[in-house]
Ligand binder design. Sequence first.
Ligand code: AMP
Length: 414
Amino acid sequence: MLNKKSLRDLEFKGKNVLVRCDFNVPMDDEGNITDDTRIISSLPTINYLIEQGAKVILMSHLGRPKGQPNKKYSLEPVAKRLSELLNKEVLFLQDDEVVSNTVKKRVEAMEDGDVALLENTRFRKEEEKNEENFSKELASLGDLYVNDAFGTSHRAHASNVGVSTYLPSAVGFLVEKEISIMGKALEEPERPFIAILGGAKVSDKIGVIENLMNIVDTIIVGGGMAFTFLKAQGYEIGKSLLEEDKIGLAKELIEKTKEKNVKLILPVDVVVAKEFKNDTEFNTVSIDNIPSDMMGLDIGEETIKAFSEEIKKGKTIVWNGPMGVFEMENFAKGTIAIAQAMAESEGTTIVGGGDSASAVERSGYSHKMTHISTGGGASLELLEGKALPGIVAISEKQCTTIYNAQFTSIALLE
Ligand code: AMP
């Protein structure tokens, strides 16, 4: 994973460079972009290619138009925002077919250093099926292909996997950063290595727990998923989130951590509430005192202390999933405290994408983290130990091949 060709390994001057970005940004009902983090994250690659004199042809999906053109999911607002951020015109190649003769002509007219953006690749039904015809159409626009869409790397679609079959390929700076930081943490971590897991469901994180158990020294569990573990240990959890059919599995996981000598830390107290809303009666209780008519919506003060002390000992800390219902102010304290403990840590701190990333943004500690992943699903799959098709598809660095070739010829001579 760490040996992929990067931008530094290719010559771009005068070339048509097709770049897969992750411009899947949130928008309000009027089509205004409400968070442009993903566009900003793509700038280093785009700026580098402009400086190198490439003709930069960008592509991305946005939302779920389900293989049909749909104005609501047009990338036009992204082209506009990108123009502002680059301080340069971005040619928006609006076309329901994404690639057409008109689009090809407009690409042919581009000059070195120009930037263009194709329409939403998911306007074509072939995109998510990774179909050859659409992959070839896309590839016909470029001489080289760059994957800088970490957020979609866990999917095998035409615009990120299919297209790489037909063009020399490399990873962009964002993907390179994501896989080098996450890859190093998972392959050769500095210890102690601590994983913090939270979020709603155990079922979403089974693969992660099972894989991390073989790598980490400590697993901290908070959030809604902690209650299934507490129930497995025999605690009464009131109306807290429970996955009844996963109690047995939680027991097994607890046993496995013991066998593998991995420290498993669960909450010792929780904030319980009468109802699932911010303005409701709430208080903190120890885990052996959860009232039967209340639900746990955050970790308590003692738990915050225990988790934070453990986090401070870590040299590598990976976090995925909030500690409570952080969207509600009264139950966000635990998640913010964990963000703070990570911010104060001297170790390498990595935050998985999705909810954990937005929780860290909200806490105001994002600048103190070593790395906040831009891909929720993709980073989760990396933590599960899975290979990401979008990364697998990119060529390996040449030097390995030469080295291997030399090795083979020596072996043959012998
Ligand atoms: P996930 O997508 O699995 O990381 O879950 C994130 C969601 O889990 C967030 O929307 C949180 O509000 C929710 N969550 C965290 N803790 C709890 C809890 N104790 N009870 C219910 N939902 C929770």
